[in-house]
Design a protein around this ligand. Structure first.
Ligand SMILES: *Cc1c(COP(=O)(O)O)cnc(C)c1O
Length: 468
């Protein structure tokens, strides 16, 4: 969340309110809009409050046209009903809502199976508010295991975590909040994610783990997890260092198992200690759910797990939050049940087909160079072709916005700060029809863009917002 500050001008001039909203009797009812930055003095009728809040929200973007976010923007009405029915259930009250807790347990078991845990009965896992919380938990487990291994040198030694510079911001947060040095493998040339060899070279006795991403937020590419594990195997042979891997599968852990079954990236690799995913990305659930799983109990130090008895029972939990909505977990179980493997495969395949179709469409316009083609995550990044000088990706992002499309433009991190890209994230609900409209809109913008004397967008930072 943005860290909000108070208003600059707390005492605004009173504004009038639509007489229709004011009250059943437009003469005797409310005539002045309530204050925005302090609690109104008196209550108002629910219909008035409802209307005022709805009006405030009218200028929010249309979520289905938001090609910036990875997060689910459409679910079936039945899922919506189920969520509404569960909105009063607090996930932490496992004793009061044992059936909700049971559905959570089943989801963990299904994911352990999907991700090939060697012994699903020994794998452990939990739901979270999203991948960020899941990554914090996984990072904490790695750090605690390192501290145990180094009990004689800890706390003097400084732990580090090795990862590509393309990691999602949650890993920078983890390192900052838990005081772990972030060792980042830079991008190089046309390599936009982690290089296994370079990652292994950054490891030392204080490395708590290496993070591999399936797939990268920046361009949708899968990092080579199996090669990363081999490079770390070789490192262990050479030096004795045994460095665990965490796979950040925020998006890809719900894509690859269905579409890329031959790709070995999960618990089949003995070095993979833990995996996270966002239930609310390609898990296909509305915002508010993620998952973290450890391959076995050894991978999750027991002392991090809390048992509280003041709600009754003593269910073990591992979480940053205490209270949390149960509805999203129920919706995840619903979606698992509803789609099954074949259903997920069909949904993800059609999303990938749409991504490839749009990528091809963009490429055929001739003005752009594709960095990725939507054939890993259904996400692709593209930039302007070398001979395009009249406009840049920030201009394209701004002009697409005029037609309602949200497509972020941003610069890449070291060592490719020279490269600015646009990124399109395809999700379930972005239909072939909408995809074609998008390419049509882009096509129609090109003549004007090409006539620009030079790129216009001055505030390059303004167009970003890709860190979803
Ligand atoms: C989205 C994302 C995250 C953060 O996930 P949230 O569920 O939004 O907290 C972490 N890592 C990667 C690779 C992501 O794409």
């Amino acid at each position: 969340m943005p860290l909000h500050q108070g208003p600059e001008k707390p005492d605004e001039r009173p504004m009038s309110v639509n007489p229709f909203y004011g009250a059943a009797d437009p003469v005797g009812g409310m005539t002045e809009a309530p204050p925005k930055h302090r609690l109104p003095t008196a209550p108002m009728p629910p219909s008035t409050a409802h209307q005022l809040v709805r009006d405030e929200l009218m200028l929010d973007g249309n979520s289905r046209l938001n090609l910036a976010t990875f997060v689910t923007t459409w679910m079936e009405p039945q899922a919506g009903i189920l969520m509404a029915e569960c909105r009063d259930k607090n996930m932490i009250d496992k004793d009061e809502y044992p059936r909700t807790a049971e559905l959570e347990r089943r989801c963990v078991a299904m994911l352990a199976d999907l991700w090939h845990a060697p012994d699903p009965s020994s794998a452990v896992g939990c739901s979270t508010t999203g991948s960020s919380e899941a990554c914090m938990l996984a990072g904490m487990a790695l750090k605690r295991r390192w501290a145990r291994r180094n009990a004689d040198r800890y706390p003097g030694a400084r732990p580090n975590l090795v990862m590509g510079v393309n990691v999602q911001v949650c890993w920078e947060k983890f390192c900052n909040f838990w005081e772990v040095e972030a060792r980042l493998v830079p991008m190089e040339g046309e390599r936009f994610h982690l290089d296994p060899q370079a990652a292994a070279e950054l490891c030392d006795e204080n490395t708590i783990g290496v993070v591999g991403i399936l797939g990268s937020t920046f361009d949708g590419s899968y990092e080579p997890i199996a090669d990363l594990c081999s490079a770390l195997d070789a490192l262990q042979e050479r030096t004795g260092l045994d460095v665990p891997v965490h796979v950040d599968g925020a998006s890809g852990a719900m894509v690859a198992p269905f579409l890329d079954e031959d790709l070995v990236w999960d618990f089949r690799l003995p070095r993979v200690a833990s995996i996270n995913t966002s239930g609310h990305k390609y898990g296909l659930v509305y915002p508010g759910v993620g998952w973290a799983l450890w391959r076995d109990k050894e991978a999750l130090p027991e002392e991090l797990v809390f048992r509280v008895n003041y709600l009754g029972g003593d269910m073990p939990t591992f979480a940053l939050n205490f209270s949390r909505p149960g509805a999203q977990v129920v919706a995840q179980y619903y979606t698992f049940l509803r789609l099954g493997r074949d259903g997920y495969r069909a949904v993800q395949q059609s999303t990938r087909d749409v991504a490839r179709r749009v990528a091809d469409g963009v490429e055929s316009l001739g003005d752009f160079r594709l960095l990725t083609r939507g054939d890993q995550l259904p996400v692709f990044a593209f930039t302007t072709a070398p001979d395009v000088e009249a406009y840049d990706v920030f201009d394209v992002s701004r002009r697409l916005r005029e037609r309602g499309w949200l497509v972020p433009a941003y610069t890449f991190p070291p060592n490719r700060e020279d490269l600015s890209v646009l990124r399109v994230v395809c999700r379930n609900g972005f239909s072939t029809d909408l995809a074609d409209l998008f390419v049509d809109d882009l096509t129609q913008l090109l003549p004007e863009l090409r006539r620009q004397p030079h790129p216009y967008t001055q505030d390059k930072g303004a167009a970003t917002g890709f860190h979803h």
